[in-house]
Ligand binder design. Structure first.
Ligand SMILES: [Zn+2]
Length: 100
């Protein structure tokens, strides 16, 4: 349906705008995320549940839910890897048993 499409496009646009504004609201250019909870999204897949992390910025109060552990995501960025690559790397290291 045409209206459906238009509506979806509008929602995506507004979401982007909200995100942009939230970034500006934060007094610092970087949010100071604090883990406020986590839950398992069992509906996501059969067998292995995804963990949904919930964070709140200590500075501006913005909350976010993500499937990425932001501490891990920061480490990944520091190593120039994507979240997925870094998680896979950690998994490999864990199997080999050389620390971390
Ligand atoms: Zn913030």
């Amino acid at each position: 349906m045409v209206w459906d499409k238009k509506l979806k496009a509008e929602i995506v646009k507004l979401n982007c705008r909200v995100q942009e504004l939230e970034e500006r609201i934060c007094p610092c250019s970087q949010h100071d995320w604090e883990l406020i909870g986590r839950r398992y999204d069992v509906a996501y897949g059969v067998g292995d549940a995804e963990i949904i992390y919930r964070y709140k910025c200590k500075r501006c109060g913005k909350t976010t839910s993500t499937m990425e552990n932001l501490e891990v995501a920061a480490e990944a960025r520091a190593h120039g890897m994507t979240y997925g690559q870094w998680v896979a790397e950690m998994h490999e290291r864990g199997k080999r048993g050389d620390g971390m």
